[in-house]
Design a protein around this ligand. Structure first.
Ligand code: S3P
Length: 427
């Protein structure tokens, strides 16, 4: 795809697609629910379609109302259907890891697989703690998918996770609903808490103390889920606005859960003017963000804040590439095991465009430069890299050729269409 630099700053109000993490959860949790799960404003993208298909294969009936809401009637935990075929999780780590936990209560076996990227990603991190609470889970020898889960009685108990992963935490909490005794999950640092919020709203007996979550076995009921705009998708526009002085971008109806907005806190530290207006708090904080572009300064990102912006770190690298001074991002080794090795993919793309960026084992060292130049770059079939490089191309001198642009369909199918209309509006 040939991408041209943008002619003028971003001055508009934008609506975002539904949050991916919350959409996945609403779809998958409907399997266990008694009574319907009604999902409004859901993200319709390849990743969430993977979760919807898995939910169907486990016995959920899916209908859609005239205004697009999903109505999901699950079989309930006790009547979960043993799937006839391999459950195809596509490119989605969230689908695979959450489903591994969900299947703990199945009377029977299920096989989980996905595309070549997903089959390279680490699954021992979810298989091992599930085994520790008595679930039978098999992986390939290297800890990768396909996975086999044999559901049935499992003991439950306490687990301490060595890696900060909301997906793994969620799998254990789902397994806790069908365990013999409570499941207690201790995380090294807090990660996104959508599973805790949604399961509690569905009636689960769940408590949180610091970084430890305890869930008691029991049933859950269906609920209405209003899916807010995705702050990770909003981040591409926020970054574009931050990079273009004179921009004023209004992002409406965005999920503002503190465990998801680390990127916006980092933007503020870099000198970007951000106004946050929270409209409601429960069951998830939602509101508007107004972002004004200006001069950027270098930043440090490390440690416990990383999970709050884990999917946005390639964008921080882009901002840092154009900021005044040096930036250092560490403690982000998890980026190497996402849909691509995002540390390598980011360094490759941005350095081709003239950034001064060095790869660290767990992050980046970046020296800001006054401008980036168009180049031929590769998204490594990774939706977030494709969108980050597109934003980079918007502020570059000269055109950029992007390989792998079609990967945006994983999380944001309307991305390029919205970009073209934003450019026309700006231009
Ligand atoms: C997600 C958790 C994060 C994140 C992913 C979505 C979730 O993954 O990167 O995009 O919905 O729970 P990890 O659990 O691997 O950190």
């Amino acid at each position: 795809m040939k991408l041209e630099p943008w002619a003028a700053p971003l001055q508009r109000t934008m609506q975002l697609p539904g949050d991916k993490s919350i959409t996945h959860r609403a779809m998958l949790f409907s399997v266990l629910a008694q009574g319907p799960m009604v999902v409004r404003g859901w993200l319709d993208a390849q990743d969430t379609r993977s979760s919807l298909n898995v939910a169907r294969a486990l016995g959920v009936s899916v209908t859609q109302t005239a205004n697009g809401d999903l109505v999901l009637h699950g079989p309930g935990a006790a009547a979960m259907r043993e799937p006839d075929e391999v459950l195809d999780c596509g490119n989605s780590g969230t689908t695979m890891r959450l489903t591994a936990g969900l299947l703990s209560g199945l009377h029977g076996i299920a096989v989980l697989s996905g595309d070549s990227s997903l089959r390279r990603r680490p699954m021992a991190r979810v298989a091992e703690p599930l085994r520790a609470i008595g679930v039978t889970v098999l992986t390939r020898r290297d800890g990768q998918a396909p996975l086999i889960v044999q559901g049935g009685p499992h003991s439950g108990g306490a687990v301490r996770l060595p890696i900060a992963s909301a997906q793994v935490k969620s799998a254990l909490l789902l397994a806790g609903l069908s365990a013999d005794r409570p499941v207690q999950v201790a995380e090294p640092v807090r990660t996104r808490d959508h599973t805790e919020r949604m399961l509690r709203a569905m009636g689960a007996d769940l408590t949180v103390e610091g970084t430890t979550v305890t869930i008691h076995p029991g049933s859950v009921r269906g609920m209405e889920v209003q899916v807010p705009g995705d702050p990770s998708s909003a981040a591409f526009w926020a970054a574009a606005a931050a990079l273009m002085p004179g921009s004023r971008l209004h992002l409406a109806g965005v999920l503002l859960n503190p465990s998801r907005i680390g990127f916006y806190r980092v933007l503020e530290r870099m000198g970007v003017q951000i106004t946050m207006r929270i409209a409601r708090q429960e069951p998830e904080p939602v509101g508007d963000l107004i972002i004004e572009g200006g001069a950027l300064r270098g930043v440090r990102v490390a440690g416990a804040e990383v999970p709050d912006l884990v999917d946005e770190i390639p964008l921080v690298a882009l901002l840092a590439a154009r900021a005044e001074g040096e930036s250092l991002i560490t403690g982000a080794g998890e980026l190497r095991v996402k849909e691509s090795d995002r540390i390598h993919a980011t360094v490759d793309g941005l350095s081709r465009m003239g950034a001064r960026i060095a790869e660290l084992p767990d992050g980046f060292q970046i020296e800001g430069v006054p401008s980036l130049s168009g180049a031929e770059v590769d998204a490594y079939d990774d939706h977030r890299i494709a969108m980050m490089l597109t934003v980079a191309s918007a502020i570059a001198t000269g055109p950029t050729w992007l390989h792998g642009s079609e990967s945006v369909a994983i999380s944001y199918p309307e991305f390029f269409q919205q970009m073209h209309s934003a450019q026309r509006g700006a231009g």
